[in-house]
Write a protein that binds this ligand. Structure first.
Ligand code: PLP
Length: 393
């Protein structure tokens, strides 16, 4: 039998997580090896750890367009979203009201948290609909705001279909309606891909995660504008100026700082190259695959994220065949079971049954043109196999 070497693996799931950039690796490695210390200790080891933490805070602040003291380090984007929603409700609910407004395309970290708070009777919730492109109309958000709305949360860039929201317009519309309502945006997918500036976005709170921007997993931040002090959800030793207790993940935070600095330095070049490659991949696939429909906003979208629905293909089968052919892709968000579940985002966008036929190919800083060409070919083969009923394996 002819022996064929396995195809070179191609990683096209950067919206799920990114590899560590070598520069990030080099920055955090000393903190896993010879360097250590508790940043709260007063001795030399502690002071050096504190200085490393302070430097990283400055780097993250520069990338987010905020002051260093506005950065609260967390265990990632999920915790940052939770701290924003729960922390604001707990701090200001009694004074401003218990009404939350979120959009229907939010990440589960926001949606599930908001729904959970509503189910527990701790909040009232309005979920604002999107259009077919996944866009949230600022006027609809404003219409949902009430005198007792304490927080509005609308993400900057969608992780499943790449649609970028007009967050400054949304924030302005919310404030015009109720100046006391706070505005949060989940900017986890945006770091290193879109310009970030707390003031220009007009929001009070913004979530970030290191591992979507070539940093380590398990570290992120909630940026909280000065004067906005969400109630701590993890209490203890009072770290992060009382806003998030627990000995800091120094190596992780140092890596996050390096990733943020790199994101800032490389954003424009990375974004231009990602958009070019993603446009090319989309064209290659559309030309050769009937029944493929791009999803999301074709104009205002996250650089490097290609998203489609593929008629006649269930996501889980298509992803299994792609995996066999060495392509790591996704249907949308990566849930903890690893199983593809019909996308709530596509369902909200009106795709009906096609919500179970999603394909997301997300490119990264190290994706090459050769990989794009090879991936297009493997997607074509996989779609034909699934449509012809050839089972994976
Ligand atoms: N928000 C968005 C938009 C995301 O894409 C993700 C990750 O999938 C998260 C939040 C959660 O971030 P983390 O994985 O750091 O908890």
């Amino acid at each position: 039998m002819e022996h064929r070497p396995p195809a070179q693996p191609i990683y096209l799931d950067h919206a799920a997580t990114t590899p560590l950039d070598p520069e990030v690796h080099a920055a955090l490695l000393p903190w896993l090896e010879e360097q250590f210390g508790n940043p709260s200790s007063a001795h030399g080891h502690g002071r050096r750890a504190r200085a490393a933490l302070d430097d990283a805070r400055d780097q993250v602040a520069a990338a987010a367009g905020c002051a260093s003291r506005e950065v609260i380090f967390t265990s990632g984007g999920t915790e940052a979203d939770n701290l924003a929603l729960r922390g604001v409700l707990e701090r200001w609910g009694a004074e401003c009201g218990h009404h939350l407004v979120v959009s229907t395309v939010e990440h589960e970290a926001v949606l599930t948290t908001a729904r959970g708070l509503a189910e527990a009777g701790r909040a009232e919730l309005t979920v604002v609909d999107c259009d077919r492109r996944g866009r949230i109309d600022p006027a609809l958000v404003a219409a949902a705001v009430r005198p007792d709305t304490v927080l509005v949360s609308v993400m900057l860039a969608n992780n499943e279909v790449g649609t970028v929201q007009d967050v400054p317009a949304i924030a302005a519309a919310v404030r015009a309606r109720n100046p006391r309502s706070l505005v949060h945006t989940d900017a986890v997918q945006a770091l290193g891909r879109l310009p970030l500036d707390l003031g220009a976005l007009g929001v009070d709170l913004l979530s970030l995660s290191a591992h979507k921007a070539y940093g380590p997993q398990g570290v992120g931040a909630l940026v909280a504008r000065q004067g906005v002090f969400p109630a701590a959800q993890i209490t203890g030793g009072g770290q992060e100026r009382g806003r998030r207790s627990g000995t800091e993940n120094v190596a992780g935070v140092v890596g996050f700082g390096a990733a943020a600095a790199l994101a800032e330095r490389r954003r424009e070049t990375d974004a231009a190259e990602l958009s070019r490659l993603a446009g090319w991949l989309t064209d290659l696939l559309i030309e050769s695959l009937p029944g493929l429909e791009p999803t999301g906003d074709p104009e205002v979208r996250l650089p490097g994220l290609c998203s489609f629905v593929v008629r006649g293909c269930r996501s889980e089968l298509l992803l299994a065949v792609l995996d066999e052919l060495g392509v790591s892709a996704s249907a949308g968000s990566a849930c903890s079971s690893g199983a593809a579940v019909p996308s709530h985002v596509l369902a909200a966008m009106g795709f009906g049954d096609l919500a179970g036929s999603a394909l997301r190919l997300s490119l990264g800083r190290f994706t090459t043109g050769a990989e794009v060409e090879a991936a297009a070919e493997r997607v074509r083969i996989s779609v034909s196999r699934v449509r012809d009923g050839v089972p994976p394996g």
